[in-house]
Design a protein around this ligand. Structure first.
Ligand code: NDP
Length: 453
């Protein structure tokens, strides 16, 4: 049996060991899920809804425990970790209202009655990354269960602890055995088996664009349904007519939250040239004020990176002689720390400007006018999120329509609410999660004609 030692990224100390599933165990879990699905899809909608509400209540009763696991296993600051556990509860509650509302249509036809049904797709393989282990788990799990699917979640190797506990809570809440399973293991073993096994009818994957492309190719062999949430290189566009103080004060949190390990990170700040100097002065104050340190402390805003290897990857974007405009702080000693770092000026061809760094590194680039701002924002293969700061409502709408991204915010940085759709344009993804339509993505429409003559 292979085990993985989970490391606390803030201390570099081992937390616990987790057994890794092999291909045989993955196959057994998939067969269990297929059998469980047959029963789960027949559970009356009201009962399925009640079980999801019980599941949400079980999560709610364990918020502090789940948060503690995420602090130890992922280094998330305590306020964020508690929010994430509460988010799982909220996503479950939101989709617990779906089973009784999963209606079809009645379509007028001659000679009979034509009706549509939304049938569950079957077993869903949910491949979760390490950056937001709890929220991303819930985005696939809750609507899939509501639709009547059975779910096998494969957490990231580095961050399995909260998913394992949430799997136990599902059972404690009465969700039948086999309906929701958590299967820790390597992506190249368990993840790949979920993609290849014919009894898995849909894959939901969040992670790197590179692995997402491989998964898409794997799913193509069986025309397997697929939702992808991939990388990003989002722009935070600040026009001269904006509230510059507010734009500068909030910009660090739009990219350094979760230590920048966020596919929605606004990692390219684009500033209208006429206010660049003022903005940079205010940004420096804001960056230096970001509280980086012990994730368990209530006032901590930014924790460590996930691993030594990931820190080395992030550091490769800030080599000796890099154009560091200014930096925030980071603790000395053990832990995979990296200080918030602002690069300027940078060439628009440099890797720090074009590639997803997934760490607390942001570039600042000036632009002349609205057209150039939109062109710069769109000059990337990604299209996940972005922010637009302006006092001109017409410009806000023009730029929001012009930027090729799935989730934009004007004069704010909010991009994920569980009751609004989330997903990417271009190479940032395929399909949408969350919002009122998410359950549909776990169903097939069946059309039935009943002759009356
Ligand atoms: P990956 O894309 O490798 O990992 C995401 C998930 O996919 C993990 O559960 C992983 O398992 C699994 N996986 C890996 N290979 C396969 C495979 N061949 N078949 C099926 N599943 C697989 O992300 P990384 O952890 O390597 O991160 C690399 C970069 O990706 C980051 O620096 C960042 O730029 C980007 N990223 C983006 C995310 C986002 O939210 N959009 C999230 C995470 C990363 P395991 O880890 O256990 O091997």
């Amino acid at each position: 049996m292979t085990v993985y030692t989970v490391i606390n990224p803030a201390t570099e100390q081992p937390v616990t060991e987790v057994a890794q599933a092999d291909v045989g165990q993955a196959d057994a879990a998939i067969e269990r899920a297929a059998r469980a699905h047959e029963a789960w899809r027949k559970v009356a909608p009201g009962d399925r809804a009640r079980l999801l509400r019980s599941f949400a209540a079980a999560v709610d009763a364990h918020i502090d425990e789940l948060a503690a696991l995420e602090i130890a296993g992922s280094g998330h600051p305590v306020g964020q970790a508690r929010w994430e556990a509460g988010h799982v509860r909220d996503v479950l509650l939101y989709y617990s209202a779906a089973p009784e509302r999963l209606t079809g249509q009645q379509i007028p036809v001659a000679g009979g009655l034509d009706v549509t049904f939304r049938e569950p797709v079957g077993v869903v393989g949910l491949i979760v990354p390490w950056n937001f282990p709890m929220p991303i788990l819930s985005w696939g799990m809750a609507p899939a269960l509501a639709a009547g699917c059975a779910v096998i979640a494969k957490p990231a190797e580095m961050t399995p602890l909260t998913a394992i506990r949430i799997g136990e809570l599902a059972l404690e809440a009465g969700v039948p055995e086999g309906v929701f399973q958590v299967l820790p293991g390597k992506g190249s073993v368990v993840g790949r088996r979920l993609v290849d096994h014919p009894l898995v009818r849909k894959i939901v994957f969040t992670g790197s664009t590179e692995v997402g492309q491989q998964i898409m190719a794997g799913c193509a062999r069986q025309v397997k349904r697929l939702t992808l949430e991939l990388g990003g290189k989002s722009a935070n566009i600040v026009f001269a007519d904006a509230d510059i103080e507010k734009a500068a004060a909030t910009a660090p949190y739009a990219v350094f939250d979760n230590a920048g390990q966020d596919c929605c990170a606004r990692s390219r700040i684009l500033v209208q040239a006429s206010v660049l100097d003022k903005f940079m002065g205010l940004l420096e104050t804001a960056v230096k004020a970001v509280k980086v340190g012990n994730p368990a402390a209530d006032d901590t805003e930014m924790g460590p990176l996930i691993s030594a290897a990931h820190r080395a990857h992030v550091a490769s974007y800030v080599p000796e002689g890099a154009p560091v405009a200014f930096r925030g702080s980071a603790p000395d000693g053990p832990g995979f720390w990296f200080p918030p770092t602002v690069l300027a000026p940078v060439s628009t061809g440099s890797p720090a400007y074009t590639e997803e760094i997934f760490g607390p590194v942001v570039t600042v680039t000036p632009f002349a006018d609205e057209d150039e701002a939109i062109a710069l924002a769109n000059d990337t293969p990604y299209g996940l999120s972005g922010s637009i700061w302006t006092g001109n409502v017409g410009r806000a709408i023009r730029v929001a329509r012009g930027v090729e991204a799935g989730n934009l915010s004007v004069n704010s940085h909010s991009s994920v609410r569980y009751w609004t759709p989330f997903g990417g344009f271009k190479q940032s993804g395929l399909g949408r999660e969350l919002g009122p339509q998410a359950v549909d993505a776990f169903t097939e429409i069946k059309n039935v004609f009943i002759a009356t003559e």
